[in-house]
Write a protein that binds this ligand. Sequence first.
Ligand SMILES: Cc1cc2nc3c(=O)[nH]c(=O)nc-3n(C[C@H](O)[C@H](O)[C@H](O)COP(=O)(O)OP(=O)(O)OC[C@H]3O[C@@H](n4cnc5c(N)ncnc54)[C@H](O)[C@@H]3O)c2cc1C
Length: 498
Amino acid sequence: MVNRKRIGVIGAGMAGLIATATLAKQGHQVSLFERAKYPGGTAGFYLRKGVDYPTGATISFGMEPGGPLQTLLNQAGVFLKAIPTDHSMDVVLQDRVIHIYHELDRWYEELARAFPERAKEVILFWERLHEVANVVYRISKTLISMPIPRPNEWGQLLKVMRQSPLSFFHLLPEVHWTVADAVNKYGLLDYAPFCRFLNAQLTDAAQTDISGAAWLPSAIALDIYRDGVYSVSGGFSTISQALKQRTSDLGATLYFSTTIEEALYKQSSKKWMLFTNHHESFEFDVVINASGTSIKGTAQAINAGALEANQWGAVRIDAWVPTSWVKQLGLSVDTTINPFAYQIATDIEIGEMLHDPYGAVYVTIHPSNTDRQVISISIHTPASDWLYLNTEDYRTKKEWATSALLERVERILPGFQKHAMVMRTGTPFTYQKYLLKQAVGGTPLTLYYSIFHPTSVKTRLPGWLIAGDSVFPGPGVMSAAISGFYAARAIDPSISID
Ligand SMILES: Cc1cc2nc3c(=O)[nH]c(=O)nc-3n(C[C@H](O)[C@H](O)[C@H](O)COP(=O)(O)OP(=O)(O)OC[C@H]3O[C@@H](n4cnc5c(N)ncnc54)[C@H](O)[C@@H]3O)c2cc1C
């Protein structure tokens, strides 16, 4: 271990929790500050009248044995049961439904059934996508950071490359491709239903569409819905709760309901002072800002481009319905064990109103072993659209969005509005109020951010690192966790994955 350091971590989202656990395990003295009452950030939960609602994330990736998230949790000493899902999602287009199946042969059959007009090309496309995803995922699992900062990480990369040099060789001409380039190669760019399907999936997983999404990381983002959706026993919030418990057991000090309002670097002592909303101050050798927001006094620490790109906010409705009613729907999946999601795309009217070009509505039925099941509904919307509205316009927009979303859900779950106990609609303002973040999408997986200019955990400020979904590798729980690990390893290079 390097010298024991005093480290401050801002934000108990997945990045902050993984960074804290990893560093505390190495014996560093870590303090974690979180604005909200509960851990997890946008992959967390909140409680209302005894019901546990997710704040955002509902589907976990990388939880398979050896998967990046599972590996990071295990190395921190957190062991959670992950249940693979055979059928994680249905994508509902206006003229067809695509069932996302885990098993590869079944998936190819499904592609042929759902896209009969161009089945051959679609399957050829997916076969290549699957190959690319496998190679890129293999690299991701080694937890090599970008930009590659340390000689031994180059060594790791070469080691992986040597295992199948030909696959890497074939990847090289595709490094600068967008997904649209790959779609074009298979003659599918004019095949609207397939492009709609890809765009809906990418808006969620890559925060951009086929024209913007970098092919290599997006191949994982697309294939992982089929290959890597795992349900965590106890529900999604179990991950953040288990990490909270573990960080505390490892000796980290946790401050919930505590917002860091300002930071100050003391040149003389080379230490950072963090100031909280409770008028307290703390001194640290190093700080990891895993909040995804800019802290006063550190503006130059955030990659301006990443902030600029981090535009997507969300409108979300949380409700619960009786489990008996979900059973009556006769779904082909057991939603008492696994979450099951619908992605309803492409809806021009709701897309125009909320400025999401693909108008994709995500509906997740959460697993439950009680008599009620939580259903969350969400859609992308640019956070800035909600910022400058007066009270009346804000209320009108929120009401319109709520009824438009409920009406879409009714189409796939008839009777939903009759049975649902609608708790509340959240908008970018809600995220701002509780998590200080209006934009919650993370950095999009464009060529710029994921290939040519990946945002490093290191900043121009001494001893000030950043982590989270606006840092490489980008959006999503698994990626945020990986960036938290990178930040920890940048502070203590002796950290490695066993
Ligand atoms: C509606 C929605 C659905 C999603 N669905 C999925 C999904 O199904 N699967 C998936 O993988 N990903 C999903 N995501 C994305 C995923 O949740 C995020 O990419 C990931 O969790 C981000 O983690 P993070 O650590 O970067 O930050 P965050 O989760 O944003 O956490 C940052 C934390 O910092 C805290 N904070 C902010 N400012 C301060 C401050 N000044 N002082 C103290 N604390 C502060 C906040 O309260 C917050 O807890 C979804 C996101 C949303 C919004």
